[in-house]
Design a protein around this ligand. Structure first.
Ligand code: SF4
Ligand code: F3S
Length: 111
């Protein structure tokens, strides 16, 4: 089992999650983060910390797309363990449907 970052992180990218992860297993893309499934110790601490409710346990049904996306991009995006300033318009995008259309495969800057 692992925890997974899902669609609502896109363009919200609040980064509260990185501050609490005991094993620093978040990786940064241009407009969202992912969790490395082999590094996550399933502690669950990050799930309630995300203001966008964008972190789910992989035991929830229907997360296959996001499990693959987290696993794939955790290999190439840089590690992030320190919260930075997020997008100024994060609140406008919180909860909007169809955010996958805005997914960017570009890497973030990391710590
Ligand atoms: Fe990190 Fe725990 Fe969240 Fe996994 S469940 S990403 S180990 S805080
Ligand atoms: Fe994304 Fe939530 Fe973390 S919006 S960056 S998973 S705090």
């Amino acid at each position: 089992m692992t925890y997974v970052v899902v669609e609502n992180c896109i363009k919200c990218k609040y980064m509260d999650c990185v501050e609490v992860c005991p094993v620093d297993c978040f990786y940064e893309g241009e407009n969202m983060l992912v969790i490395h499934p082999d590094e996550c110790i399933d502690c669950g601490v990050c799930e309630p910390e995300c203001p966008a409710e964008a972190i789910k346990p992989d035991t929830e049904p229907g997360l296959e797309t996001w499990m693959s996306l987290n696993a794939e991009y955790a290999k190439s995006w840089p590690n992030i363990s320190v919260k930075k300033e997020g997008p100024a318009d994060a609140k406008e995008h919180d909860g909007k449907p169809g955010k996958m259309a805005f997914f960017s495969a570009n890497a973030g800057e990391g710590d």
